[in-house]
Design a protein around this ligand. Structure first.
Ligand code: THU
Length: 142
């Protein structure tokens, strides 16, 4: 089993669900009327969260994962160990394609996500991903 496949410590998924729903209450989604909340546990035990923030220029919308990653950086950085995302009714929501890439960048080894088909690892949610490792390899080849 590689380091990336190792399961993280026991995750309090209920606490993450509650934090994601609280974050969803802050969503600014006047265009889609589809509020989203996300919460994550960092490797060093912090709970962070984010909500979607839309824009009149639709394409500029920030997904909940975007503001969550901003919160990660602003609260000390580090890596994401566990992630939970909900829609306006509190249902589990899968991160969109772009946000899977965003989460991949900041994943801890063995990062887990609550998905519509149960707990999965980041590597299962975004298999064979392009990531920072690829650029580091190129850096070394220079
Ligand atoms: N949305 C998120 O916040 N995260 C996702 O992973 C999926 C989509 C938001 C963007 C937009 O404000 C609304 O959901 C409808 O697409």
């Amino acid at each position: 089993m590689s380091r990336a496949d190792q399961p993280a410590a026991e995750v309090d998924w209920q606490a993450l669900a509650v934090a994601a729903q609280a974050a969803m209450q802050h969503a600014y989604a006047p265009y889609s009327r589809f509020p989203v909340g996300a919460a994550a546990l960092t490797e060093d035990g912090r709970m962070i969260s984010g909500c979607n923030v839309e824009n009149a220029s639709y394409g500029l919308t920030l997904c909940a994962e975007c503001t969550l990653v901003g919160a990660l950086q602003m609260s000390g950085g580090g890596k994401l160990a566990a992630f939970y995302c909900v829609d306006g009714e509190g249902n589990i929501l899968m991160p969109c394609g772009r946000c899977r890439q965003l989460l991949y960048e900041h994943r801890a080894a063995g990062m887990q996500l609550m998905t519509v088909s149960g707990v999965k690892t980041m590597d299962e949610v975004l298999p064979d991903a392009f990531g920072p490792e690829n650029l580091e390899v190129e850096e070394q080849q220079k």
